[in-house]
Design a protein around this ligand. Structure first.
Ligand SMILES: [Zn+2]
Length: 347
């Protein structure tokens, strides 16, 4: 396995790296949940397609194209990212990109266009891209990345080779965390202090919890270990549970939660709702996310209205970060904590 990529993508990597360049598909769609490394996979693939001298099925890192790619200055590589302040990729951006695609190549290898959040293309933008996908210039490879395939137009999907990517199983996850976590620059202040909570130590028990807390996504796990999310988790989960267990006033709890990171609050809120649904539907205990809270959660789950819970979970699932940071995030949080308190039967 090459060192640029993640072991859980080995099968897909071996397949793509084994295709001779002259037969390489002109368009691909890589799909999979966030936090498993699909963009890194596509970046490594872009480098491989640009490299003059691939070795062991990876970009060599030594040739000029590789150096230019790694420095972000390769003229035959373009990453079409969403523009700052925008919510979608518009048709003008795609037209500019098509112009670039049709320019003469600067090197001997492929020309690569990467679209990291392809699902954000407007319909008009997708239609403009479609024309290029129908009649692609020689030696151009277009790589679209999206969380869900269904977020792309069927006409786009049908013109691309599909590369479904998924995260690792627990063994692969554990090994990867153990092998790599020592190199991560983690902010020591961000670690919970002597609480017996999850720490970056290489113990099977911690990795087991980390596997669940990250929703089985290794890069999310890395982010959890290196950021402040784990420290805040206990506060957030305890506050949320206080609405149900101690029947604390939702508005007061919301005010406390509002002092914490909004994205974290929604992440752990979501995880808690998943857990209550798992418990209700008797999903095996190993699937629980906040495993360390299992007894507490089980003791109150019977008091929750499952239909309200399902509805709330759906609403939070569909919230995007734009809405979470909307004009009045405090009102938004208030309304969700009130809905949460209403999940309690006879509330
Ligand atoms: Zn190279």
């Amino acid at each position: 396995m090459n060192s640029n990529n993640y072991p859980w993508f080995e099968k897909q990597w071996t397949h793509l790296a084994g295709i001779p360049k002259e037969k390489f598909p002109h368009a691909l769609i890589a799909t999979g949940v966030n936090g498993i490394g699909k963009l890194d996979f596509c970046s490594s693939l872009s480098q491989l397609l640009l490299c003059d001298n691939p070795s062991n099925e990876i970009g060599c890192g030594e040739c000029n194209p590789c150096k230019q790619y790694l420095a972000g200055s390769h003229g035959d590589f373009l990453s079409m990212n969403i523009l700052e302040g925008k919510k979608s990729i518009g048709v003008d951006q795609v037209r500019e990109m098509i112009h670039w695609v049709n320019l003469t190549k600067q090197s001997r290898q492929k020309k690569v266009l990467l679209i990291p959040q392809a699902q954000l293309m407007t319909n008009q933008a997708s239609n403009a891209l479609l024309k290029t996908l129908e009649e692609p210039p020689n030696d151009v490879v277009i790589i679209l990345v999206a969380e869900q395939l269904k977020s792309l137009m069927p006409t786009i999907r049908s013109r691309c080779q599909l590369i479904p990517l998924s995260g690792p199983n627990q063994n692969t996850f554990d090994t990867w965390i153990c092998d790599n976590s020592a190199d991560w620059t983690c902010n020591s202040e961000s670690m919970p202090e002597n609480t017996g909570e999850i720490m970056p130590e290489k113990t099977a028990k911690n990795n087991d919890l980390l596997f669940c807390l990250s929703f089985q996504r290794p890069l999310k796990a890395k982010q959890l270990l290196c950021g402040k999310q784990l420290v805040q988790r206990k506060s957030i989960v305890d506050l949320l549970l206080s609405v149900i267990i101690q029947k604390k006033a939702p508005i007061l709890v919301a005010a406390d939660l509002f002092k914490l990171n909004n994205d974290d609050v929604f992440y752990w809120f979501q995880s808690l709702l998943f857990d209550f649904l798992y418990i209700h539907y008797k999903v095996e205990a190993t699937k629980l996310i906040n495993k360390d809270y299992m007894q507490k959660l089980k003791s109150v789950s019977g008091q929750l209205n499952i239909l309200f819970l399902l509805d709330l979970q759906k609403q939070i699932n569909n919230l995007n970060s734009f809405e979470k940071n909307a004009l009045n995030p405090q009102l938004l949080l208030d309304s969700y904590i009130i809905k949460w308190s209403e999940c309690l039967n006879n509330s």
